[in-house]
Design a protein around this ligand. Structure first.
Ligand code: GLN
Length: 600
């Protein structure tokens, strides 16, 4: 029976039906394919990296893919989450504050995502409750099944319609067995039933243990995890076995035997040297072929395109491995104990390093205890520093001390968002003679509030989703370093409440600070730099360039910093600093309409 006939048979024309099947306009069941990735046994297996690598394998074949991450938590978005517990908050061009996995997808697929690519239980429930309040359920008692699950399927289908993708790639957060994700799993089970045969491919990521005392791989936990999934009514089509070492044939056969998945679809996914090698590892094992076969997509594949995409990627991987030079960059932050809090910065350095043929070693420097007396010692033998984004007061003075040291000693330096604001404070205090300059985020009563709350932010109450968020165009000043990087305009992503108070511009510019990027619409300073006659590389931005750096398109601000670091580290290094033509970086588009999630 095809999807249409099936749906007609379960749709009761009288309206008094147990099924609840909202379909976005223009959606045709059975015409979009879905890959659903679920985790079993435990979290932390790298589900996002696995899913994005598999999605990339399909994209390389010429298929259009649209990923979506379904988060179990009740927060409406990730904006209020502590990076210490959850990793960095990633920001999309349309202003969505989301899980860092969306960054993994954007980088792997080199694709801009929107709010349609991310949802949380909070959003799903809000839509259901809003619909209930407006009488949308026609007198029915509103239930987890079919109404909440119906809303989840609706989200997936809305993405299918908006993206027109060949394959919607669904990553369910958490692990099978978690209470908060159970209804997502149930929704995808229903989806598979409604879309018809070979429309949904379930991929279960599991874990094969190898206890040191036994010295062999054990599959019991994996078997039980898959069994748990089958208890939810889902028969996986592919099983990916995360493990330290390649999973043996014997273990894969055992898992196959217990899960009704043929052994040639139970794959190993063991640790490898670099995450960039995973797409090729998946291809080598045959994951992509298995998905294509199950979803019957063979006719849509572009083999030549795939060869070219693979060549570009393997060039990237081999330059990553063959880099001969090395620089050490300090990250002066306060979440230095949790690397995930700086995930995009780490990636942006990888991208820039590969382009310049060098390995970028990162050193984590906690600024909470730093001051003018010990900053020199903490920064000795570094070739550059990044002062990253932050909120609140802790570590601020330490950052200011680092920026002062970098400015005076010609240490290449990049300030990001809060780091940009601290650079302005340091310059005001120590160059422009404005003793007591500060940010009102730190000291509301300070003598020179050079960083102050954005006028539009003054009237806002509440914390969620209220910052100046998302992609904004930047007008760049000709004849500056930023002008060389971007041409007359660029676009970057923002997440802030405070800004440089334009009242102090004459003093700051009089002291020699150059504001080389501004908002075209308001007096908001976006990029600062010191002239290269004064300092080899001193740049700051109110934005977050790390969010838009991509493996094959490193962000110019990180390229500049790594180049500066190379010049400092190697006396014989004389490669000129070249930027991609501005046209190849993210195009500025004032006309860009923010994506808005359809009302429930
Ligand atoms: N706390 C600062 C602000 O709100 C900087 C934010 C950030 O670094 N993302 O403006």
């Amino acid at each position: 029976m095809d999807a249409d006939a099936l749906l007609n048979s379960i749709r009761d024309q009288s309206g008094d039906t147990e099924f609840y099947l909202p379909m976005p306009a223009g959606y045709k069941p059975g015409s979009t394919k879905y890959v659903v990735v679920l985790g079993t046994v435990m979290s932390g297996l790298g589900k996002g990296i696995f899913s994005s690598s598999l999605a990339k394998c399909l994209q390389d074949k010429g298929l259009t893919v649209a990923p979506i991450k379904l988060e179990g938590y009740l927060n409406i978005d990730s904006g209020t989450l502590n990076p210490y517990r959850h990793g960095e908050v990633f920001v999309l061009d349309d202003g969505t504050e989301c899980d860092m996995d969306l960054g993994t997808y954007e980088r792997a697929l080199d694709q801009e995502l929107t709010c349609l690519n991310f949802t949380t239980s909070g959003q799903v429930y809000r839509r259901v409750l809003d619909r209930e309040r407006t009488g949308g359920y026609l007198g029915r008692d509103v239930q987890m099944i079919p109404h909440v699950t119906g809303e989840v399927k609706n989200c997936l289908r809305e993405l299918a319609v908006a993206s027109q993708a060949d394959v919607v790639f669904v990553e369910i957060g958490g692990t099978v067995g978690d209470v908060e994700n159970a209804y997502y799993i149930e929704a995808t089970r229903q989806l598979a039933f409604e879309e018809g045969r070979n429309s949904v491919c379930f991929v279960a990521l599991t874990y094969v243990m190898e206890p040191r005392i036994l010295g062999e791989q054990k599959s019991k936990a994996a078997q039980l995890g898959i069994r748990r999934l089958m208890e939810c009514g889902i028969q996986p089509h592919i099983i990916a076995c995360r493990a330290q070492n390649a999973v043996t044939r014997k273990v894969r056969e055992k898992i196959a035997l217990f899960s009704n998945v043929p052994p040639d679809r139970v794959f190993s996914m063991h640790d490898c040297e670099s995450v960039y090698m995973i797409p090729d590892m998946l291809r080598g094992a045959g994951y992509d072929r298995a998905v294509i076969e199950w979803l019957e997509l063979a006719a849509r594949i572009d083999e030549d395109g795939e060869r070219r995409a693979r060549e570009r990627w393997s060039q990237y991987v081999s330059s990553l491995r063959s880099a001969t030079r090395q620089v050490t960059i300090g990250i002066t932050g306060k979440y230095t104990a949790v690397r995930d809090a700086y995930a995009s910065i780490i990636k942006a350095f990888e991208h820039a390093g590969v382009r310049l043929g060098c390995r970028v070693q990162l050193r984590w420097i906690d600024t909470s205890e730093l001051n003018d007396d010990n900053a020199a010692e903490a920064l000795a033998d570094l070739h550059g520093i990044v002062v990253p984004g932050a909120f609140g007061t802790r570590g601020a003075e330490g950052k200011i001390a680092c920026l002062k040291y970098a400015r005076i000693n010609g240490l290449p330096c990049l300030g990001l968002c809060y780091g940009f604001q601290m650079a302005v404070i340091e310059f005001a205090r120590n160059v422009c003679g404005m003793e007591g300059a500060d940010s009102t985020e730190i000291d509301n009563e300070c003598r020179y509030p050079v960083i102050d709350i954005l006028p539009e932010q003054k009237k806002i109450e509440g914390l969620g989703g209220t910052m100046r968020l998302g992609g904004h165009d930047i007008q760049v000043k000709e004849g500056t370093l930023a002008g060389r990087m971007f041409g007359p305009r660029t676009r970057m992503r923002f997440r802030h409440r405070y800004e440089v108070d334009p009242r102090y511009l004459p003093q700051l510019e009089g002291g020699g600070m150059v504001f080389s990027g501004k908002s075209p619409r308001a007096e908001i300073m976006n990029i600062l730099e010191l002239p290269q006659s004064v300092h080899p590389y001193y740049v700051g931005t109110q934005a977050h360039p790390e969010l838009t750096s991509r493996p094959l398109r490193p962000h110019p601000m990180f390229l500049g910093l790594v180049h500066g670091a190379l010049c400092r580290a190697y006396a014989d290094y004389d490669e000129p600093l070249e930027f991609d033509t501005p046209a190849s970086s993210t195009p500025p588009t004032d006309q860009r309409q923010p994506t808005v999630k359809p009302a429930g």
